[in-house]
Ligand binder design. Sequence first.
Ligand SMILES: [Cu+2]
Length: 683
Amino acid sequence: MKITRRSLIRGTVATGLAGAVGGTGELHARGRDKPPSGRNGTTAAAKRGSGPFGYTPFTATFELPAVLNNAVVDPSDGTVQNGLNLSPSAGTAEASVGSEAVYHGFAPEYRRDHPVHAAANANTPSAEKWDRFGNGVGIGGSELHSQLSVEHGTHQFIPGIDTRIFGYASASLDGQYNLSGHGTFPAPTILARQGQPIMMRVQNNLGKIDELGTAPECSVHLHGDHTPAHSDGYPDFYILPGRRRDYYYPNIGPRHSAEPAPLGASPEEIARAGNTGPYSPSDLPTTMWYHEHGMDITGYLVSRGLAGFYLIQDDLELDLIQRRVLPAFYNTPTMPGFADDTVTDIPLALMDQTFDSTGTELPYNFLDHNGRLGDVFTINGTVQPKFEVERRKYRLRFLNASNARIYHLRLSNGGFIQIGQDSWEFPQAIATREFTLAMAQRVDTIVDFSDAPDEVYLENLMVQKDGRGPKGISRRNRTPLMKFVVKGPRHNNDVSVDVGTPLRPFDRIQESEVRATRYFKFVRRNGAWQINNHFFSPRTTNATPVLNSAERWIFENSSGGWWHPVHIHLEAHEIVKYNGKRPPPQYRYNVDVSVLEPNGTSEFLMKFRTFTGPFVFHCHNLEHEDIRMMNVFDPRPEGHESLNDGTRPHNDDTFQDAYGSTYRDHSGMVENEEDWDQDGGLF
Ligand SMILES: [Cu+2]
């Protein structure tokens, strides 16, 4: 048995000998010597200084994450303005694609002669172009170019205490990275527009980390996305230490009428089959997030700050906003019809934290395979903040960015209007009194403060003592997470969204479209986490659906009392049976997380469109994911086998596919521009 550095980091090896190998990770105390956190029993009992390190709960101001590069969406036509432009004309030498500095080569979609840009390319006129705002694509087109760097930094979760974190820092035009101030935890919010691709270059500047004993590789996943495999944050499609990688986010929905790719299809035919026909608004996301996804150390890196929002707007969303059904898009309140500049579209990232006795470190126990649970509650990086709101409707987009904590949220004064679950909006708004929010889930809500009392608390009712999962809901032992201070007179001319308001058409996958059924059992074995009795191997494919086809998948949790919120990459899935019954209202449409309760099941339909893999699905308890509760699926044209054959090494592995294109690391990235010119490329 080979024991790798990774197995040492995690204190286990992927053969079930959990804990048998001594880890290099240190065991840290969970801050037992500090004052109790804000669990005060009732909302009214927030005593002065009763929070961690003498903090008085609800005195620090709630913060909105910064927007990456100050990009804003132009309300007149929805285009994103003021994005960082890395094109050579902007004077940035590093923009040249195929640069040696960009590990893994470059995204083939970046090239203007890629089939998906065919409308701008007379050679393959039958495919529609992705960049519908573009005057051409690639350098000089309307693609947005952004740059992030993974950096060390400090952040004040608690006023006055600088805590060491990792952060995604946005780069300024002069190439300097700015990681300072409050806005870096969560990471900068990326604003995007459907139909306008973003090329995001991410630099890994973490360097050697003492408690790891090494410099970690990184990988960035855009959660809820529909992107090529090379840009999906596959766990070992790395950004090597000191290197960078270009992520290509086409910001497209899967084509509604995409046909299963036929046997022997050419690259152009695959592109044509998957990329012609209209989008369905049903498939277009709104609330996504991006986070670190590197193999075996995702939990460590995310808990230290490598996560942020990615909010995207399409024509339908823009229409809802312009008709004043929904609040103005995040950070863009000053648009026609909006007479004020109050931001009422509010993303909230909930994360529990553990601190060391000084508050300056976020200790992480690499030997904890159950799930990292914190005893301090933060929202957007502030411990139990207060937020001043007006008497009007707010859009509150909740994200559970915690590693292993499951929340059950309610407001002290009433309920929510829920408008979406995970990355997608509902067909119509529904009334939701309170809701459970498992790891990685998003719940998109409208809260009406019009008739609210002067103080409203967001409360967590879920009792949880360890990573196994919550013990259940307690109405006596409520933890206040955030205080809304409601001010001023009732707003007139408020947005109109209410229970029953139509939002977005929903096209259900038809049973007649289903071509295969697959079963996946989530089990605990030898103290570690598996799916169908196998650990994740990045070089082994567990399912090869036909590209653009639909399948029925059945998840079963056979691991005893443990909870497993399972996230599937690439597309939404539609739950048809949850625990053997009709799913609850919030799970009846598009989701990207199926929460497996103890001994629970989720049966769902899903399509696998546009992009060949590999992609992953995995438990979003990040420690379970890191201990390899993850599988690989790899959509391929009919009759084609997955390129993951279980034998290829993943370092410097260059090979040719059936069409003669040269790839590296199975990532689908073209190694250099000469390869592209020779092969024509595909995705
Ligand atoms: Cu799990």
